[in-house]
Every structure is written in structure tokens, then in C-alpha cells.
Design a binder for this molecule. Sequence first.
Ligand SMILES: *Cc1c(COP(=O)(O)O)cnc(C)c1O
Length: 488
Amino acid sequence: MNAFTSSRDNTQATFTHAIFHPNASNSGLWCPKSLPQIDFQALANQSYTELVHSIFTALNLDISPDILDSALSSYKSFDDSSNPAPITTHNLPDNLAILELYHGSSRAFKDMALAPFGALFSTLAKKHNKKYLILAATSGDTGPATLDSFEDKENISVICLYPKGGTSDVQELQMITKEAKNLHIFGINGNFDDAQSALKSLIHNPDFQKELEAKDFSLSVANSINFGRIAFQIIYHIWGYFCYLKARNLSYGTPLSPIIPSGNFGNALGAFYAKRMGLPLGKIIIASNPNHILTDFISTGTYDLRGRKLILTHSPAMDILKSSNVERVLFELFGFERTKELMQNLDSTQTYSLSPNELATIHEYFQALFCPDEACLEVIKNYAKKSLLLDPHTANAIYAYEELNKNTNSTEHFLAYSTAQWCKFAPTMLKAITGERAKDFEAIQKIESTFKKKAPSTIHSLLSKPIKHSHVLSSSPDEIRSEIIKIL
Ligand SMILES: *Cc1c(COP(=O)(O)O)cnc(C)c1O
């Protein structure tokens, strides 16, 4: 059941192997060997859980139904476990709806995949009698979702590094108030890149590996290159398509274009796979922020890191230049030899270019736009007038809708993805809506009283929880390493 292959050579693996060892040979990523064609229409009335089973079976993933079911029970922590990703059409134009991907515990879209992935990973680790150390570096959203997902899970310890002072107060409290004994959270004196580099150098340090082995631990990561996360991220695109048809009373086959606020391209990759397997999606619209390397790539066919500097924007989860999952699109469309060549060009010259034919193929699937930061605030303000609170990431998608809708005759249908709830980015929301500056919880209260909307109680209760992790480390890998070994 080797359903997977490296994006850069012929090495093959099972889904389980791909989960435990997310990096494939030749520095590639694990990709499905071939995608099945699925009769999606026959799945139109399935529950969310049934849909996951259908797609996992079609993809030949070697997970038994009972293990998958127990992983999916993690959706019980969502607002509505039978509908983890609801859509809304309220106060929206006739050709637009919003798919809300933020109903999990951390209030951002990462929960959609990390919640079941954490449960699955832990069950498999137990089954194979192995203990895993999961390393995570976060700029804000991945950390809380990873910690929630591995909280109290057997055979798993998590080390989570975040830039001290570099996240919002809500995000920091979501991490440092965690009580579970298997979760260890450290602030790092430095920015996200420092935290990430420290982590990468540890992963590649053979001495550290030996120290872990001596303590009977294997090392893994839970970032979005892990196909175990991507697998769960295919489902809600299909779910969203059917919800849209029902909400707008349309028949199967009507093209619907998802608009996806994108960073590392994991979310958009799920939509691409669904379209490749036969879901009647229109173009997949990639919405970027002022770090618009994806917009440039999809428009011109050239991925160019030269002279680019990362810009800090109002949508920090999309502040990324090396968008890892693009590689999986290249593999799926152009094969491993070409992918290897392009990725090696990127490593050695910081850039690569598709041929005109290849670019035309990309355009069969994707279109891309980016939203300037000022326009992002403007969108938040305008929609707040209609009593719709869009977080800054979601606002990038709505901006793309407005731009596209100017040029169509409104017979095209769009589903904009909301990747975070407004309360996660309340200071930016308040700044956009009233121009005021306030810290997280003051901003949340002001917005709540203006709009008569409540942030979830899990956000409010963060303030009264005791702080359990206050250790701040330098970004030196050696200091982090000795701290980890001490803990284990
Ligand atoms: C992670 C994240 C994104 C970007 O998703 P990718 O899969 O990395 O493209 C967008 N919005 C929010 C709020 C996120 O947390």
C-alpha cells in the first residue's frame, strides 16, 4: 500500500510512514502517487465524518476505520461537531458565501487538520510502541493548535517555541496557560525566523538525535508539510462546495471558485487535490497579502526570492516567502524530475521559471491576487458596517472577491475562506473600524460592546488562567537543546 512517492525521486512510502517521517528522500515532500477520480456527486449527502472516510479510502490511506473514527472524534471540541466548517451567506451578495474554518479550540483554521491529526499521530505512535518528541516553532496560530491537539496525548511530548513579544497576547496566553504535563512552551529572545532556525538546526543535529534515542524518543514535526495534515485539509473544500450548492439552491456541476488566504499553501493544496480528483471547482483563487510572491509566481510563472524581504503585515499567518507546498503542485502537474530541477534552481539561484506551457497548465487551476495592507483595513471597516466581522486574513480573501467581481457579470460563484475568528486579531480589527489603538482584551471588549457580539468564553477565560510556562530562552540551539534534554 505504498500510496506515496517523494516529489523529487521514485522513493515510495505508506501514509503512516509519511506521517512519522514527513521529509521525503532527496529533500522532497511525500505526495500521492496518483490521484483517483471520484464521483463526488454520489457523496453529496454524506456527513462530514462519512466524507472523510470516503476520501481516505479513495486515496488508499492505510488507516483502519476505527482509528480514523477515533481521530475524528476530536471534532467534538468544535462549536458544532457535525458541522466543523459551516458556511454563511448572511448579508453577503448572491454570488458569495464564507466558509468558516475557525470553529475549533484555537479559533484559527489550523485546528481543522491539527485536531484529528494529533489524535491520529498519537494512536499510531502507541500502536507502533514508539515515543515521539514533536518540535514546533510558531508565529502565533500553529502553536496553540498543535498544543491543543497533543494535549495529554499518550506517547507524545511537545516542545513549542515562539518569539517572546512577537505574538498577540491572546496567542501567547493560549500557549503559556497550558497545564498538560506533556506540553513544554518556551519564549525565544528573537523573532519567528530565529525560533525556526534554532529548531531546524536541532532537527539536523546528529548528537541531539542520539541524546533523544538514548531516552527512547523519536523526533517529528507537525508543520504543514506533513501529509497527515494535508489529508484532512482536502475534506472541507468538498464539504464547502456542497454547502454552497444547498445554500444557493444550485445544481451539481455549477463551478464554484474558492478564495483562499494563503501562506504556506497547505490550505490551497487541499482544494487543488479536490479539483484534480474531479470536484467541479472553478479557478482556485490564491489571496495573498503584501508578501505577494505567490501572486507573482502564478501570474508570471517565475518564483523569485532574490532581493525579497519579508514584510510584517496585518495578516501575520500569511507572512511567508518560501511557500513549501507549491512543490506538491509542481510534482502533481509536472512529475518528479522537473520538480527536482525547479527546486534545485530555487536552492542554488533563489529563483526558478516555468515554461509557457507549464504556466498555462497552472492557469487551468489557479488565479492569484494580493491585498495591500491599507485595503485590508478598509475591507474590515466596510464589512463591519454590515455587522460582519472579518479577521485580517479573511479580509484579504474578501478584497480578492471584490476585485474579481468588478470584472465578471456576477454569474460566477465564490466561496471565501475565513481562516481566523475576529477575536484573534482584535487590535487590528479595532484600528480598522474606529482607528483606536488597544491591547487584545481591551480591543475585544470594545468590539463586543459596539457590535453586540461575544468572543468565545475560551478566549475570555484565558485571562483568569494561571501562567504555567514563563521560561524565556536565547535563540541559541545549544541552550534550547540542553533545556529539552533536561525535560525529557
Ligand atoms: C496558517 C494560516 C493561513 C495560511 O494557510 P496556509 O495553509 O499556510 O496557506 C491563513 N490564515 C490563517 C489565520 C492561518 O492561521
